[in-house]
Design a protein around this ligand. Sequence first.
Ligand SMILES: [Zn+2]
Length: 276
Amino acid sequence: MVEYIFIFLLGSCVGSFLNVIFYRFPLGKSIIFSQSACTSCNSKIQFRDLVPIFSWIFLSGECRFCKSRISVTYPLIELITALSWLSICLLNPVYTQEFVPNLAYIFNCFLISLVIIIIYFDFNYLWIPKFGLDLLLSLGIIFTILKLILGVSNGNIIFFSFICYFLFYYAFEFIRKFGKYIYKKDVLGKGDSYIIASNSILIGIKGNLMALFISFVLASFIEVLVRFVFKRSINAKEFALGPYLLIGFLTIWIFGFNEIWSIWQNFIYSFYANFI
Ligand SMILES: [Zn+2]
């Protein structure tokens, strides 16, 4: 139990750091070398008010000095990060049974935090910082090297990862440019091509195709629903594809291609059995 609490608290602290990135990076401010201050009255935030999630609750979402509202996004990001770190543990109990710094656990925590960063920026600004895309590719490269070192795969994996990356990158760049030619505006972002290409290193060709299928089904369903509910026209605003791409990717990353594929097959069989 104590290890779960520890991981939750550690995750919430990282979430707090993500908030710093989300707030300061678009403003071009230093992320490490300056103390946090209230965005309204500029008072330095005291140490006791920096406790992730709980400080926001104790302050009832208001600045200690000027009483201006503090966005609920801050504790929410901290909570989401903490719960993501915790779920990685719960999905793989082996991580806590041997409570030692586990390479796979650290890798997954880093990956999930990066996914939160990319989703946040793409969702809010329709733009992904270059460092986010570079880190995603780096994780793909680290994953390939780890597989090689741990003997899970042979030398071919480097060649295979390389092929995967360029195959998906150029395929989607082609679709993106074709879309731009047809619609005379950007229908996909260049960042999307980078995300799809990096994902392919982590989940392979079959996994990535399945992830894309999940992403596009989810994106069409949610985007149409949102526009229907809020009565906005379909073309009213460009939408961020990145979050859907990463949700599709995470589904395959967490459950594996074979698991999702057999669920899909069962669905198709029962569809045929019941309706045809
Ligand atoms: Zn204030």
